[in-house]
Design a binder for this molecule. Structure first.
Ligand code: FB9
Length: 503
């Protein structure tokens, strides 16, 4: 109810109480022609003003119209309906009445109308039974009574009539909580709207002294704190993390975006003149330009394998430089972290098989377009164990992508500097009705593993994909800027649904 209207309702109630000494909420609602609950709310609000009114809760037996009763109060009694349907000249057959009205109304109405001598059944000259009117007009007292009850004026009606209407299932007995409001010890009709809060201005000016304040409602519910909402990428990352954890993988520590060229490229047997290592594809750090430390002994072995004729490989036959390896960059793939983890593994007393994964940001100085930014989240998994083969890699890829709902896979040979053989992974997407590239994979080369010092019969199978591609497909986002970056609509973050990768 509008505040002003609620205000005038307060005043109207106080005026009636001033005149009558007290008043019931039910009577007030009827007199004011407004909803009983609204009047109760206003009474409770007046009650919060100290001693202005006294309020006593009462339970009164009330007569309530049933749904059929409400229909009769609005449209007339069954008997009046049947009387109205009878043709005043030729009369009407019962079958026609049942067809016009309904069997129930025709039967109920006929019985009441005959009892009230409004209608009679007699035979025509042709010997047909028809219903005829006995009076030219009627008074629908049932409708009138029910309307009075609806206005809560049942006090003027005889008990027998109420019982009769109850018998006809037009009325039912109920209990209504009403409130008797009467003058309190501090009764006044001049109430000031109670203040909802004590302001600094009131305290400074002292104006609070003449005001009444709403009592503090300790049981009021607090505002629902606007909680945060996970970004779709983070929801999808959680789903991938869950998949890897279910498969027994351990997450790698990926909390360094800045990486040395050594771990990002050299340790992966990626030659220093490889095009991916120039400034067109990689972000080089200005400061600090060089990595603080690189494991020297291991770096010497990396130098040997790059330059060739070592570890059973011809290498790349070039002069490998420490200075190039020490340059700091923004990592271009999380395979740099995989290299660090494998080196750490090789430093253990004895080798033990492991399964690791990572999901984190990587950076590439590439041409931007609708689906590519200078950074994306790479997902990577690898398994290091004795004598793993391409068959094991294909098997784990089927297991992994099955958890994404993809079972129809194809593998296409490709080249990566650090894996041999290498395969691109494709899956047939039923909704898009086409084959889509869903990742890249391979077996890390001996030139990467042997300089670390891993046993010769240990092999490592690995694969990778992005987080953005599945997220964009799952959430139907066509432009990556609607998913990632400063132009993202935060409402999208708020509204987007739970992520289910397997559906
Ligand atoms: O994610 C990619 N595609 C993809 C993945 C999931 C998916 O799920 C949908 C719900 C159905 C849909 C699509 N791709 C890899 C393939 C392409 O999108 C490709 O065009 C883009 N690739 C990125 C690199 O582009 C600069 C995706 C990214 C990628 C590519 C390769 C690796 C990681 C990410 C890798 C690797 C790797 C290989 C061997 C050993 C270790 C790591």
């Amino acid at each position: 109810m509008e505040e002003a209207a609620q205000e005038s309702l307060h005043q109207k109630i106080l005026r009636v109480v001033a005149e009558r000494g007290s008043a019931s909420s039910a009577v007030l609602a009827k007199d004011f022609g407004c909803d009983h609950q609204t009047v109760v709310g206003a009474i409770k609000s007046l009650q919060s003003l100290k001693d202005v009114v006294d309020v006593e809760k009462r339970q009164a037996e009330v007569w309530l119209l049933t749904s059929e009763g409400k229909d009769v109060a609005q449209n007339g009694s069954h008997e009046a309906t049947v009387y109205g349907a009878v043709n005043p000249d030729e009369g009407t057959s019962q079958a026609e009445l049942e067809e016009i009205l309904s069997k129930t109304i025709a039967e109920l109405g006929m019985r009441q109308a005959i009892a009230k001598k409004w209608l009679e059944v007699r035979k025509t000259a042709a010997g047909e039974k028809r219903v005829f009117r006995k009076v030219t007009e009627i008074k629908d007292d049932v409708k009138t009574l029910l309307q009075k009850i609806e206005e809560q004026k049942w006090q003027d009606i005889e008990k027998g009539q109420l019982k009769d209407l109850q018998r006809r299932k037009l009325l039912s007995k109920g209990v209504s909580n009403t409130f008797l409001v009467s003058k309190g010890s501090a009764f006044t009709t001049q109430i000031e709207k109670p203040e909802a809060e004590l302001t600094a201005e009131m305290i400074a000016s002292g104006s609070w002294k003449g005001k009444t304040f709403k009592p503090y409602n300790f049981s009021a519910k607090g505002l629902y704190p606007k909680s945060g909402h996970l970004h779709p990428l983070m929801k999808v990352r959680s789903e991938f993390r869950q998949i890897f954890l279910e498969m027994g993988f351990t997450e790698m520590p990926t909390n360094n975006f800045v990486e040395s060229s050594f771990w990002n490229f050299d340790a992966l047997f990626q030659p220093q003149q490889h095009p991916a290592r120039d400034a067109h594809d990689t972000f080089f750090m200005k400061d600090p330009k060089y990595a603080a430390e690189i494991p020297d002994e291991y770096a010497e072995k990396v130098k040997l394998v790059h330059e060739g004729d070592c570890y059973g490989s011809t290498g790349y036959q070039y002069d490998w430089k420490f200075e190039e390896a020490k340059k700091n960059i923004l990592r271009t793939h999380t395979t740099a972290v995989s290299a660090r983890m494998l080196y750490k593994l090789s430093q253990q007393e004895t080798f033990s098989p492991v399964k690791y994964f990572s999901v984190d940001r990587v950076f590439r100085n590439e041409a931007l377009d609708a689906t590519h930014l200078a950074e994306f989240h790479q997902i990577e998994g690898f398994i290091a164990d004795y004598d793993l083969t391409l068959a094991n890699l294909i098997g784990i890829l089927y297991e992994f992508f099955k958890k994404l709902g993809m079972t129809n896979l194809k593998f296409k040979p490709t080249y990566n500097p650090y894996t041999e053989p290498s395969m691109e992974v494709f899956s047939y997407h039923d909704e898009m009705k086409k084959w889509i590239e869903v990742g890249n994979s391979g077996v890390f080369r001996p030139e990467m593993l042997l300089p670390m010092g891993l046993p010769e019969n240990v092999s490592v199978i690995a694969w990778g994909l992005s987080l953005e591609r599945p997220t964009m497909i799952k959430y139907g986002i066509s432009n990556i800027r609607d998913l990632f970056g400063h132009k993202v609509d935060l409402q999208m973050v708020h509204d987007n649904p739970l992520c289910r990768l397997d559906k």
